[in-house]
Write a protein that binds this ligand. Structure first.
Ligand code: SF4
Ligand code: SF4
Length: 295
C-alpha cells in the first residue's frame, strides 16, 4: 500500500480520506494546547485561571504545580527539601501516573511548532532519508544529558536547564514579551533575544533532524517517558484486525515501532506521546488501535 506523502511525516492526517467519524485526535490535541495557551494569556488581563508557565504555575487560584524535571532541578540547586515544592510536584506526578507522556503530545508548545516546521519544510525524498539516517541516535543519551544538567545545577546552585535552556521557560518568556509588546508595556530586549535564540535553535535542529530533540535529548520529555511504563494510559490493540499495512509506524514521528507489538494486548513505550496519529492513520479507521486508561 502506498503511503500518502503528507501523512507519512508531519501534519494532520487527512480526515476525509480516512473517513473517521468525529474529530481526529491529532486535531483535538491542538485545541487542547490552544486552550491552555489562552488560559495562560488570560493572566495578563487579570483572569487568573492559570498563572505562570509550564515549568511552574498556579492553577485555579490555589493549586501550585511544578514540572517534575524543574522540581529536580530546583532541588539539586537549592538543596531545599521543603514541603512547598513537594506539594506542588505531587499533583503533577499524579497526572503523569495517569496520562504518562501525553504532556508532550497534547500540551508542549514545541510539538506544535515542530509540526509547523515539518509542514514548511521541503520534504524531498533526499532530505527525508538523510534526516532519518542522521536521527538514529540512541535515546539513552538523553538520560545522561538530563543527569549532566542536574549536576551543573548542583555545582552552580542555580536551576541551570530550567532557568536558561528550557524550551518551556523560553517559550513563555517569548509569549510574555509578545503580550507585553502588544499592550505597550516595557519589554526586556535581551531576554527576548536570548529566548528567541534558544527557540530558533531548536526549530533549526528540528528542520534538519526531525524530533531528535524530543526523542533523544529533551530532559523534560525523557522524565515523562519514564512514567509511561507505569501510567494507566496505554495503546491497546484489537485482535485480528491488522492488515499489515504498517501505516501506524509511518505515522509515528516518535519512531515507536507499533506494528511489531500489534499481536500483544497493548503497548506502553517510553517515546509514545499519545498523540493519536497512529490511531487516526490506521487503515482500520480506529478499530484496531485505541487509547485506553484501563484494561
Ligand atoms: S520531548 Fe520536550 S520538547 Fe518534545 S514535546 Fe516533550 S516536553 Fe516538548
Ligand atoms: S505510537 Fe501512536 S500515539 Fe504514540 S507517539 Fe506514535 S503515533 Fe503517537
Amino acid at each position: 500500500m502506498s503511503i500518502d506523502k503528507q501523512d507519512a511525516g508531519y501534519g494532520t492526517p487527512n480526515p476525509e480520506k480516512k473517513q473517521r467519524t468525529g474529530l481526529p485526535l491529532s486535531r483535538l490535541r491542538r485545541f487542547v494546547l490552544l486552550g491552555i495557551i489562552v488560559l495562560f494569556i488570560l493572566q495578563f488581563v487579570r483572569v487568573k485561571i492559570l498563572v505562570g508557565g509550564l515549568t511552574g504555575s498556579l492553577a485555579v487560584w490555589f493549586v501550585t504545580l511544578i514540572d517534575i524535571f524543574a522540581y529536580a532541578d530546583g532541588l539539586v540547586s537549592s538543596r531545599d527539601f521543603g514541603m512547598t515544592a513537594l506539594v506542588s510536584v505531587l499533583p503533577v506526578a499524579l497526572i503523569y501516573l495517569v496520562f504518562g507522556r501525553a504532556f508532550c503530545g497534547w500540551v508542549c508548545p514545541m510539538d506544535f511548532l515542530y509540526e509547523l516546521v515539518g509542514r514548511m519544510k521541503n520534504r524531498s525524498k533526499k532530505s527525508e532519508l538523510s534526516s532519518q539516517r542522521k536521527g538514529n541516535i540512541s535515546p539513552k543519551i538523553g538520560y545522561g544529558l538530563a543527569a549532566a544538567f542536574l549536576l551543573i545545577s548542583g555545582l552552580l546552585e542555580v536551576p541551570f536547564f530550567t532557568n536558561y535552556l528550557s524550551h518551556l521557560t523560553n517559550f513563555f518568556r517569548l509569549l510574555t514579551g509578545g503580550v507585553f509588546f502588544g499592550m505597550n508595556l516595557p519589554v526586556d530586549r535581551s531576554v527576548i533575544i536570548f529566548s528567541g535564540s534558544i527557540i530558533a535553535g531548536l526549530l533549526v535542529l528540528e528542520f534538519f533532524f526531525p524530533r531528535l530533540w524530543c526523542r533523544v535529548f529533551c530532559p523534560v520529555g525523557k522524565t515523562y517517558g519514564l512514567f509511561n511504563k507505569i501510567s494507566l494510559i496505554r495503546l491497546s490493540f484489537a485482535e485480528g484486525q491488522c492488515g499489515e499495512c504498517n501505516l501506524c509506524d509511518h505515522m509515528c514521528y516518535m519512531k515507536v515501532k507499533i506494528a511489531r507489538h500489534i499481536d500483544e494486548t497493548g503497548l506502553r513505550d517510553i517515546n509514545c506521546i499519545y498523540c493519536g496519529r497512529c490511531i487516526d492513520g490506521c487503515s482500520t479507521k480506529g478499530k484496531l488501535i485505541k487509547m485506553r486508561l484501563w484494561r
